[in-house]
Design a binder for this molecule. Structure first.
Ligand SMILES: *Cc1c(COP(=O)(O)O)cnc(C)c1O
Length: 393
């Protein structure tokens, strides 16, 4: 049946009309505790007062000017990101998918300019997600995303996730130019790349002159208890994709890069009409100011420990429904024995929002400024949802 909105989503029968902090209000007045945060987007919850002010103040001054001119909030946000990360330079987009597009182009142009135009292949991993554009689906490579959309963009080599030996073999090919990986897979089921694999990947990249591209669209922006997830392993990438949390709910993405990796991207080689617009960047600056504070990050880690402990108990208490807890920081997953979507739906009936992921996992990705009480409340509601699902066995 045709609908006025292209029916590409299976939507829950819920319509949210307002939000405040970690709570969303349904059209009928019910209040839902939001452990999905718009899929790891609303890092400071809904209608955060400082983000509202940042947006309103900018809205009263200037919405849009072309990138033909200098844009003050864009410059400020780029400086903040460079100050707090490995990067020397930043390009702004409106989404993670667009960040992926530039990451792919940047890697290929780098090798082209260095006199190695055949090094066009980018290694990616099973279970990955890099967006829904032609490059994004080819990068992920799964049948679910690519079937019927061929011919696919060539030049992606798909390997098993977290398999160092397979990687060490694949990088021997003279056509490999880059590796693209999520330090913690989101859509793939909250699967964290082991420290050893991430470090080994960095070594292989250095050894073979390959660029390391990290997709931190979902796991970045303090989500795992570091400003960016790769900081846990002590390595740095050459290129990093960021989006979701960086705009706190306003569409914003970015590609961060070292001067060397970005060397091919000269005037005229890429662009965006809206990327880096004043509204998005004004909000992005405020998000960065708040989440990069060490006290804020410390609190994310403390609350992550609290949530994790409670989830471990929940799993032990409901062995028929849950299998285990996985993930990092406030990017946690519950691997289920029952069907994950049944538990998510039972959660809706308890006014709790969670998000399913691949591998029969439920994602728990709340606002990072969630309170201890809200964590307690969410686990109580999950327990009720689990009990409900267990009754149907
Ligand atoms: C969501 C996501 C993307 C795509 O971002 P959009 O803003 O939806 O285009 C890319 N990579 C990862 C890891 C993501 O989670």
């Amino acid at each position: 049946m045709i609908t006025s909105i292209l029916p590409i989503y299976n939507r829950a029968p819920l319509t949210f009309v307002s939000g405040s902090g970690s709570w969303l209000v349904e059209a009928d007045g019910r209040r839902f505790l939001d452990f999905g945060a718009g899929i790891a987007v609303n890092v400071l919850g809904h209608a955060h007062p400082e983000l509202v002010v940042a947006l309103m103040e900018q809205a009263n001054k200037l919405w849009h000017v072309s990138n033909l001119y200098h844009i003050e909030p864009q410059q400020k946000l780029a400086d903040l990101l460079v100050e707090h990360t490995f990067s020397d330079t930043v390009f702004f987009s409106n989404s993670g998918t667009e960040a992926c597009e530039l990451a792919v182009k940047m890697a290929r142009k780098y090798h082209y300019d260095k006199g190695a135009p055949d090094r066009t292949d980018i290694i990616t991993f099973e279970g990955s997600f890099h967006g829904r554009s032609a490059a994004g689906i080819a990068a992920a490579g799964s049948e679910k995303m690519t079937k019927g959309f061929g011919p696919l963009l060539p030049g992606f080599v798909h390997l098993p996730f977290d398999d160092h030996d397979a990687l060490a073999e694949a990088v021997k090919s003279a056509t490999v130019g880059a590796i693209m990986v999520e330090p913690v897979q989101g859509e793939g089921g909250i699967r964290a790349l082991s420290d050893a694999c991430l470090k080994g990947m960095r070594d292989l990249c250095d050894e073979h002159g390959i660029l390391m591209i990290l997709d931190e669209v979902q796991c970045g922006v303090a989500r795992t208890g570091k400003l960016f997830a790769h900081e846990w392993s002590g390595i740095t990438p050459d290129i990093m994709m960021v989006a979701k949390g960086i705009g706190g709910g306003f569409p914003l993405g970015a590609v961060l890069a070292t001067q060397n990796a970005a060397s091919g991207m000269t005037a005229g080689t890429h662009g965006s009409t809206y990327g880096g617009n004043p509204l998005a960047c004004a909000v992005g600056c405020k998000v960065m100011e708040i989440v990069s504070e060490s006290a804020f990050i410390d609190d994310v880690n403390r609350k992550a420990d609290l949530l994790r402990q409670k989830l471990e108990s929940l799993v032990i208490g409901n062995p028929m429904v849950f299998d285990s807890v996985r993930g990092s920081g406030l990017m946690l997953g519950l691997k289920c024995k029952a069907t994950n979507t049944d538990i998510v739906q039972a959660g809706y009936a308890k006014n709790l929002l969670t998000v399913p992921a691949a591998d029969n996992v439920i994602r728990l990705i709340p606002p990072l400024n969630i309170s201890d009480n809200e964590i307690d409340e969410a686990v109580i509601r999950l327990e009720k949802a689990a009990t409900q699902v267990a009754l149907t066995f």
